[in-house]
Ligand binder design. Structure first.
Ligand SMILES: CC(=O)SCCNC(=O)CCNC(=O)[C@H](O)C(C)(C)COP(=O)(O)OP(=O)(O)OC[C@H]1O[C@@H](n2cnc3c(N)ncnc32)[C@H](O)[C@@H]1OP(=O)(O)O
Ligand SMILES: CC(=O)C(=O)O
Ligand SMILES: [Mg+2]
Length: 358
């Protein structure tokens, strides 16, 4: 383990100095596209400014025979497109795959000055981050890159979940973590066959009603309540990220047509502390942009509490509820996020600016 003294030292002579703090850039939707798919690739320039993150995917969902075409497509997009306010990320192939070394040694010299974040799949422990960290430093130094490329890990193995805290703290490049529910389910031997979302079989059932003569009626209809399969993992991920000052994300929601359940899953993630989720299809971008932006009502309430609390200490009653230092802190999280997002999103800014605090 690196000591505190060495933690922020560049890992190669000539590599840029690591960042001390991960910038809070909007990343409500991380939109996946296959850079080797001509239809998707053609849409990328017009998507700039409509989505916070455009991610060229090289890993799963790209056929083995197309890996090189996708990598070349990504280089072309990286060179040709002006990403403006939108972040440009990639997901490389897994560290045990035959493609990852070429991914990194091609992408960093070619478009390393454009790439904000590299997403690393199937991360098992800090050693995986250390490997990518050192290699990136060497490649950045060789290519003369001046801004360090950040790393985002996908939490999609049982060992990765067990090691999530050390993964988050493994490098100053660590930008965040996404839940990878599909590979994680397979690795854990869960009995699901989906990409994210809930499962109708994972439920609790209302208690059986008591009978007048004693005992219970187990025969009648009883309400069932579907439970969230991902709650435990999400909670661990959010805590580990918050502890290390990096960002947590829900991953993919594979049922593209079920926009209602997608919105629910994203909202759960937002409420738990995530800043964004993945978008696999253009229809999911606006769901994520909506869900991960504080609502006008929440911002209005937060501003009222902050105003009522003066210097932020003590306790007051507002609308019949007690507010104190801790509720002000929550309200500040909401207001700060709203301001960060509004700085990049004129429509949102107009909505927040129109709020009148009574
Ligand atoms: C578990 C994991 O690892 S998840 C991450 C890996 N998976 C991915 O990255 C999947 C990305 N998404 C996709 O491949 C596709 O969206 C699919 C396969 C899910 C659906 O694709 P389609 O059946 O073509 O969807 P659909 O017909 O609705 O597409 C409508 C249009 O949007 C385009 N489109 C679809 N998805 C995307 C996308 N992610 N980005 C940009 N454009 C897209 C299509 O090319 C099509 O264009 P056209 O109107 O010019 O013909
Ligand atoms: C996100 C991802 O890669 C997975 O769910 O497996
Ligand atoms: Mg995966």
């Amino acid at each position: 383990m690196r000591t505190a003294k060495d933690f922020f030292a560049p890992l190669a002579v000539g590599a840029p100095a690591p960042v001390r703090e991960i910038p809070a850039r909007p990343s409500r939707a991380i939109h996946f596209f296959d850079p080797g798919n001509p239809k998707m690739a053609a849409k990328v320039p017009d998507m700039v400014g409509t989505v916070d993150v455009l991610l060229g995917n090289l890993e799963d969902a790209v056929k083995a025979e197309n890996k090189e075409i996708s990598r070349e497509g990504l280089v072309k997009i990286g060179r040709d497109v002006d990403f403006g306010p939108t972040q440009f990320w990639t997901r490389i192939n897994s560290l045990d795959s035959p493609w990852v070394l070429d991914d990194l040694t091609t992408l960093v010299p070619a478009i390393g000055d454009k790439l904000d974040v590299i997403m690393v799949p199937k991360v098992q422990g800090a050693e995986d981050i250390h490997y990518v960290d050192r290699l990136l430093a060497q490649l950045e130094a060789k290519a003369g890159i001046t801004k360090p490329i950040l790393i985002h890990a996908i939490l999609e193995t049982a060992r990765g979940v067990a090691n999530v805290e050390e993964i988050c703290g493994a490098s100053p490049r660590m930008q965040g973590i996404s839940l990878g529910p599909a590979d994680l389910a397979a690795d854990r031997r869960m009995k699901t066959t989906r990409v994210g979302g809930g499962h109708p079989g994972y439920l609790v059932r209302q208690d059986a009603p008591a009978l007048a003569e004693g005992g219970y009626d187990f025969t009648g209809q009883r309400a069932i309540f579907q439970q969230d399969l991902w709650h435990y993992t999400m909670a661990r991920m959010v805590d580990a990220c918050a502890m290390h000052g990096i960002y947590a994300y829900y991953g993919p929601f594979g049922d593209i047509k079920d926009t209602v359940a997608c919105e629910d899953q994203f909202r759960n993630a937002f409420l738990m502390g995530c800043v964004g989720a993945w978008s696999l299809h253009p229809v999911q971008i606006k769901i994520a942009n909506k869900v991960f932006s504080p609502s006008v009502e929440d911002v209005k309430h937060a501003r009222r509490v902050i105003a009522a609390m003066g210097d932020g200490t003590g306790a007051v009653m507002l609308d019949g509820k007690m507010e104190d230092d801790a509720s002000v802190k929550q309200c500040k999280v909401m207001v700060d996020l709203a301001e960060e997002l509004a700085a990049n999103d004129p429509e949102l800014k107009a909505k927040y600016d129109a709020i009148v605090v009574d």
